[in-house]
Design a protein around this ligand. Structure first.
Ligand code: DAH
Length: 347
């Protein structure tokens, strides 16, 4: 065997290997090239078999040369493999990249309903005056909704507050007033006066029109302590009207009737639209009715176990829907319950 010819062939093979590897672009290509060079029938494997025909003294040189070329080929393959993997990774990163400069998906954020807004505004005012805010129940007993509010079974005023009965003695409450009796029963007067408001939903058998709804919202108010007089009622509700409708509003009290107050009054506020001159909003009277009120009836105190000789108080009940309608000039109560976004968005 001609050693020089062998070396030349090996050199040729190394060049060819380099060329083949240069041309590979994918993992598959590389695998094939690898087999065709180093596999069982690969070019280098065939070349190395020739060592058997070589002279004894040439064998070490041939061996060294084969090893050198094999090692060059293996390094090149390893480098090529890394190059291909890097390329795949770079492409993957580019494909999956997030463009943080793109605008995100807009999430529509809602806001409070106008009734909730007015409710919270009124709550804030009374909290500032030291009142507790107490939750009530929508399913109430006949006992608290009527009896304890001085409306016994045959009382004619019950007719105006017919409602849905859940059982014979449980009903959808027609007013928030039962919360008066409930809080009176549990209040500890040795700890100070009772001052509370109780907001919530009430239900009545009403035909729905622009100003009536079978379901609406009230806030009940109650103050009971020693020496509470009608001037406390007037001062408190005057402050309430001014805070809600403007500091230059006036209030007036008109005699009225409620079974649970004596005397009873209707509270009017001077029209904020025409300033009392008379317009459509106040039906030309210059005054707008905003709530019912009165001095707590002694029967109500006594039924709740409170000495009506020692304690006195005033109560009031207002419709949140009505106040909201007045405040924002809403002409139909049904708008408040139809969930039309175009309407609700305005507040
Ligand atoms: N509960 C009465 C109603 O629904 C409103 C009311 C009037 C409540 C006078 C009161 C009050 O506490 O003193 O018509």
């Amino acid at each position: 065997m001609d050693i020089n010819l062998f070396k030349e062939e090996l050199e040729e093979l190394a060049k060819k290997a380099k060329h083949m590897l240069n041309e590979t672009a994918s993992k598959n290509d590389l695998e094939q090239v690898k087999v065709s060079l180093l596999g069982k029938k690969g070019l280098l494997t065939l070349q190395s078999k020739k060592i058997k025909e070589a002279n004894k003294e040439d064998k070490p040189t041939i061996g060294q040369e084969l090893n050198r070329v094999r090692s060059v080929i293996q390094t090149t393959i390893a480098e090529k493999e890394k190059e291909i993997n890097d390329k795949i990774l770079t492409e993957k990163i580019a494909k999956e990249a997030i463009d943080v400069t793109l605008p995100g998906n807009q999430i529509a954020i809602g806001h409070q309903h106008v009734i909730t807004k007015v409710k919270e505004e009124i709550e804030d005012l009374f909290i500032g005056l030291g009142y507790q805010v107490i939750d009530g129940r929508e399913v109430e007993s006949d006992h608290y909704n009527f009896e304890m509010m001085n409306l016994p079974k045959d009382h004619p005023a019950r007719d105006m507050q017919d409602t849905f009965y859940v059982t014979e003695n449980e009903l959808l409450r027609t007013q928030t007033s039962p919360m008066q009796a409930r809080t009176l029963e549990v209040h500890d007067f040795t700890k100070g006066p009772l001052k509370m408001i109780s907001p919530g939903r009430v239900f009545r058998r009403d035909s729905d029109d622009a100003t009536h709804s079978h379901q609406f919202h009230q806030i009940e108010g109650l103050v009971v302590a020693e020496n509470i007089t009608m001037s406390d009622l007037k001062g408190t509700l005057d402050l309430f009207a001014k805070s809600l409708f403007g500091s230059d509003r006036k209030t007036r009290l008109r005699p009225s009737y409620f079974p649970f107050t004596e005397p009873s009054v209707e509270v009017d506020v001077s029209c904020f639209k025409c300033n009392g001159k008379g317009c459509r909003v106040c039906k030309q009277t210059g005054w707008i009715e905003i709530l019912g009120s009165g001095m707590v009836h002694p029967n109500v105190l006594e039924m709740a176990g409170i000495d009506s000789e020692k304690y006195s108080g005033f109560a009031f009940g207002l419709g949140i829907d009505r106040i909201a309608m007045l405040k924002y000039g809403i002409d139909d109560i049904r708008h408040l319950y139809q969930n039309d976004i175009r309407f609700l968005k305005q507040f």
